[in-house]
Design a protein around this ligand. Structure first.
Ligand code: NDP
Length: 492
């Protein structure tokens, strides 16, 4: 946490409500949904089940804030974004506990990763906007100069999933408002709490009312209303591939700018010449962090045949040692899955694996945590498969379940890695530089990690190919997405 002389007090919250025009308000139709705690399986609060009318209200607030916000100097926007970042840091413990309660992830993970990253998103884009330049070209011999204006789009929509709730919500909101847009945003209905708290923080940081509006509710109603709204000109969406396809269908005839960050089924390719211990430790992390509910998790592990048996023994031993437990316990490595519905989906895949003759090397069972018997806990699971073509190697499970299989050659593993509909990321473990370059060039993904996993530098582009999405966010890519380029040509 940043060490500042005076910490701004954020008032305690009462219940989740929409944040529109700088105020917390109830949904117009007074409809509410239950909010579950995955660690206990119990309802612990209500959230607005917002309608089209609530989205329209949010849109109107954003629309009326836009003329003034888009004319605010970039220094002022930068100052406010950095202030939001500081307030997120000042509220680290409270936000981490809220995230954990809503999502089931260990508090320690939320404290180390999710909340600091949300703060970094605001700090990064607060700084990036001061460096965001546009191009100019002198047309030599024609007495003309071209320069490009980068103008904010207007009202934009940001829709995020439940796995990294505040982290991904702010990944979109921060560049959108830094670039001078006003936002209508919807977090996942499954994990609304930290998005709700963000409203208070933005107000305390001095963000003018209407610049950020947060509506809670179901994807198919509230989310759909954002996508369909003709006044919301661009959509940044992170979520499942099927939802992304549905959004693209609705947005296309409205000519909306679209950024889609979708699912993944990422290969983790291990060659015998890698730094073994480093690979083993990181592979446990890349398989099971956040209960395996990260789009970037390396859920298909391919191991060179010469070290396959050793890897299998060592990996399974490490996975068996992971502690599944209540998210607030410091010793917990694996918390609860996000919801009853998601838990069932993951369990169904374990049954599919058995039917496909996958060999369960460890895990595969529900864990009953004493005192929290109704929580959605699952053993980390490793399944040995005989073919890359089986469903559990092709479909996104998005839980603490990985597959392993051996390979004989670079050519073979490259073909298997690419033979999947997704193309988000790949991890490669090798010390052979030539192979690194050959494979980095040929892997059909948006992100390649060599001898590491999920090392993120916010200046770099982020996104996938194939069914993993369209467009890139991160760094100036995000600022480009959230602005329209207009070229001006002057003859002098
Ligand atoms: P969903 O696609 O179900 O939902 C994502 C968001 O979209 C939620 O806020 C959801 O609301 C909303 N939504 C659902 N239907 C619609 C609709 N028709 N119109 C508008 N909005 C809608 O994904 P999950 O929340 O289940 O998240 C998991 C998925 O996200 C995985 O596939 C994962 O790989 C992917 N993901 C991708 C990342 C990337 O960067 N590529 C990063 C993280 C996750 P509600 O929850 O209320 O239904």
């Amino acid at each position: 946490m940043a060490n500042r002389e005076k910490q701004d007090e954020i008032p305690a919250s009462t219940g989740i409500r929409n944040y529109i025009n700088g105020q917390y308000i109830n949904p117009i139709q007074d409809n509410w949904l239950d909010n579950y705690c995955p660690a206990t399986g119990e309802v612990y609060g209500k959230i607005p089940n917002s309608s089209k009318a609530d989205v329209e209200n949010a849109h109107l607030a954003a629309k009326s804030a836009f003329p003034s916000w888009s004319q605010t100097t970039f220094e002022e926007r930068s100052r406010i974004l950095i202030k939001i970042s500081e307030l997120l840091e000042d509220n680290l413990q409270r936000l981490a506990e809220a995230e954990s309660k809503d999502n089931g992830k260990p508090v320690s993970l939320a404290k180390e990763v999710d909340i600091p990253r949300a703060a970094s998103n605001f700090r990064f884009f607060g700084n990036a906007i001061t460096q965001f330049a546009s191009e100019s070209h002198e047309s030599v011999g024609q007495d003309a100069i071209n320069f490009t204006l980068r103008q904010p789009i207007g009202v934009v929509g940001c829709i995020s999933p439940w796995n990294l709730p505040l982290y991904l919500f702010t990944w979109k909101i921060a560049p959108a408002i830094a670039a001078g847009n006003c936002v209508v945003a919807k977090p996942s209905e499954v994990t609304p709490m930290t998005a709700y708290l963000l409203g208070e923080i933005c107000t305390a940081a001095g963000l003018p009312k209407g610049v950020l509006n947060i509506v809670h509710g179901l994807g198919t109603t509230t989310g759909q209303a954002i996508i369909e709204h003709p006044g919301i000109k661009a959509i940044s969406f992170t979520g499942g591939t099927a939802t992304g396809a549905q959004i693209a269908k609705v947005a296309a005839p409205l000519f909306k700018k679209l950024s889609l960050e979708l699912g993944g089924k990422n290969p983790n390719i291990i060659f015998a010449d890698c730094d073994y211990d480093d690979m083993l430790t990181t592979t446990v992390r890349s398989s099971f962090s956040n209960q395996g509910q990260i789009c970037l998790c390396g859920s298909r592990i391919f191991v060179e045949a010469s070290i396959y048996d050793k890897f299998k023994t060592d990996f399974v031993a490490k996975v068996k040692a992971l502690k599944v437990g209540h998210p607030s316990e410091a010793s917990t490595n694996i918390g609860a899955l996000v919801s009853k519905q998601h838990f069932k989906k993951v369990m169904d895949y374990i049954e599919i694996a058995k039917a496909e003759h996958g060999k369960i090397l460890c895990g595969g069972n529900k864990v009953v945590v004493k005192g929290y018997e109704n929580g959605y806990y699952l053993e980390p699971t490793v399944i040995e498969v005989v073919s890359n073509d089986c469903r559990i190697n092709q479909e996104e499970i998005f839980g603490p379940v990985v597959t392993i299989m051996p390979f004989e050659s670079e050519v073979e593993v490259l073909e298997m890695a690419n033979k999947v509909k997704y193309g988000l990321s790949a991890t490669l473990w090798t010390n052979d530089l030539k192979r690194t370059m050959r494979m980095a060039n040929q892997l059909q993904v948006g992100i390649v990690w060599i001898n590491t996993w999920m090392m993120r530098d916010l200046r770099t582009p982020f996104g996938g190919v194939k069914a993993s999405g369209i467009g890139r966010e991160g760094g100036f890519e995000a600022l480009r997405f959230f602005t329209e380029a207009k070229n001006v040509c002057i003859k002098y």
